[in-house]
Design a protein around this ligand. Structure first.
Ligand SMILES: Cc1cc2nc3c(=O)[nH]c(=O)nc-3n(C[C@H](O)[C@H](O)[C@H](O)COP(=O)(O)OP(=O)(O)OC[C@H]3O[C@@H](n4cnc5c(N)ncnc54)[C@H](O)[C@@H]3O)c2cc1C
Length: 406
């Protein structure tokens, strides 16, 4: 095995049975040859494979599960440029200039993702949304005012609003909030399956139930051995293996965290909050919410360092109850009932930034690691960086994603 195998999720995620979330993948692999092989058929692998195919590369995707059924199926898919690490804190960690660049790149990635989905006619329930970041126990209203000023200096579409305006506009009683434009919500399994199917139409071959167990460099590039003996010869390999990180990489930088989520029964749309913005808060443990195309509310958070999958999954009922209570406290006029509840693992780096880079000492090998709570926005950046790398071009932001900060 070349990846550390993890139990990525448990419970009953909303998206598993979404229509248009499956991909007809091949189940027999003996010999393959291609320009780029992408290991992993989650959202990172899917966007990367489609972007590479679009650039004219002959691409193979291989996954040890069925496509879309890893962490991506557990995602709550709030699409934001706002990183889990506030810009004020990120500036302390990587310098103000780099923090601004990371945020600006992230802002662009959300736009680029929308264009990409539109260009490839992928139906993924994309809805443009504002995002509301509420003051909480980690950042009170003064800290949010400073955060908003820093964001404005970085030319980000964020504005501070005070308690009165927050209550008047959204009916939420907190000491203050930041409202940002440029966010969205979507269906993550539809996005992934849609991207993989678009890549397939352009010639990409997708294999499921094959685990990559060995990667060796050879004269032509790389040779991958899989669990049932099939081999793939390629000029290059991109590891998009999610939180099952590649062995031998600097994984010590990432902490695995568990997160829980629930989806309510559909609610009459007129009862939902104004603008249906994404809502999240500067608290620990924190709460976040969004709506879905069929008018459910997705509520997530309660993150903890509990990594044992059995204990994580056993905690689903208690965590669901807590999430529901916290949501009701925020939106007391809504009657909420849990229809789906699940848990998932994700990796957090010291800066909140992922590692997206060519591997030191491993020729022709590129990895996408530790995408954290902003994983889908980072998946778009990863696809762009991997595509530049495969073309032999230098992405100007490559350095930002090299080591997740010192
Ligand atoms: C509960 C939860 C909520 C989240 N909410 C959000 C959110 O609101 N917004 C957001 O942007 N992000 C969110 N994320 C993060 C985001 O969903 C993930 O970062 C993203 O889905 C990861 O996609 P991936 O393709 O990297 O990984 P995965 O979907 O896990 O795909 C990786 C694939 O690689 C395969 N693989 C691994 N090793 C091998 C091997 N050796 N051989 C073959 N195949 C292999 C696996 O089988 C898997 O299918 C959330 C995550 C969780 C868990």
């Amino acid at each position: 095995m070349i990846t550390n195998q993890k139990d990525l999720r448990g419970g009953n995620p909303l998206w598993i049975k979404s229509p248009h979330s499956t991909v007809r993948a091949r189940t027999t692999l003996s010999q393959e040859q291609c320009d780029v092989v992408v290991v992993g058929a989650g959202v990172s692998g899917a966007l990367t494979a489609l972007m590479l195919t679009e650039k004219g590369f002959d691409v193979v995707v291989v996954d040890r599960r069925k496509p879309t059924t890893g962490s991506t199926a557990a995602s709550t898919a709030m699409i934001q440029f706002e990183l889990d690490t506030p810009i004020t804190e990120l500036s302390e960690k990587i310098g103000a200039k780099n923090a601004r660049r990371a945020y600006q790149r992230s802002l662009r990635a959300v736009d680029d993702l929308k264009d990409f989905i539109t260009r490839h006619k992928i139906k993924a329930e994309w809805r443009d949304r504002d995002a509301l970041y509420l003051a909480g126990n980690e950042m009170g209203f003064r800290a949010l005012q400073t955060e908003a000023k820093e964001r404005q200096k970085a030319k980000l579409p964020s504005t501070y609003i005070d308690r009165e305006l927050l209550l008047k506009t959204y009916g939420i009683d907190r000491t203050g909030a930041i409202v940002s434009q440029g966010a969205a919500e979507l269906n993550p399994t539809q996005l992934t399956a849609g991207a993989l199917r678009a890549a397939q139409r352009a010639g990409c071959r997708i294999y499921q139930d094959y685990e990559v167990t060995k990667v060796e460099s050879d004269k032509a590039g790389v040779c991958l051995t899989t669990s049932h003996g099939g081999t793939i010869h390629a000029k290059r390999v991109v590891f998009a293996t999610g939180y099952e990180t590649v062995k031998g990489l600097p994984t010590g930088k990432f902490d695995i965290t568990s997160s829980w989520a629930i989806a309510t029964n559909p609610i009459a749309p007129q009862k939902l909050w104004p603008t249906r913005c994404l809502i999240w808060e500067a608290s620990d443990p924190y709460l976040y919410m969004r709506t879905t195309a069929d008018n459910r509310i997705l509520i997530g958070g309660e993150d903890s360092g509990l990594t044992d999958p059995d204990r994580r999954d056993a905690a689903i009922p208690a965590k669901s109850e807590k999430l529901l209570r916290a949501a009701k406290a925020l939106l007391p006029n809504l009657e909420l009932e849990v229809a789906y509840a699940w848990a998932g693992a994700f990796a957090v780096s010291p800066t909140g930034l992922p590692i997206i880079t060519e591997l030191d000492g491993r020729k022709n090998q590129f990895a996408i690691l530790g995408c954290g709570g902003n994983g889908i926005t980072f998946s778009m950046i990863a696809a762009q960086l991997a595509s530049s790398w495969a073309q032999g071009k230098r992405d100007p932001d490559m350095d930002l994603f090299k080591d997740a900060g010192k």
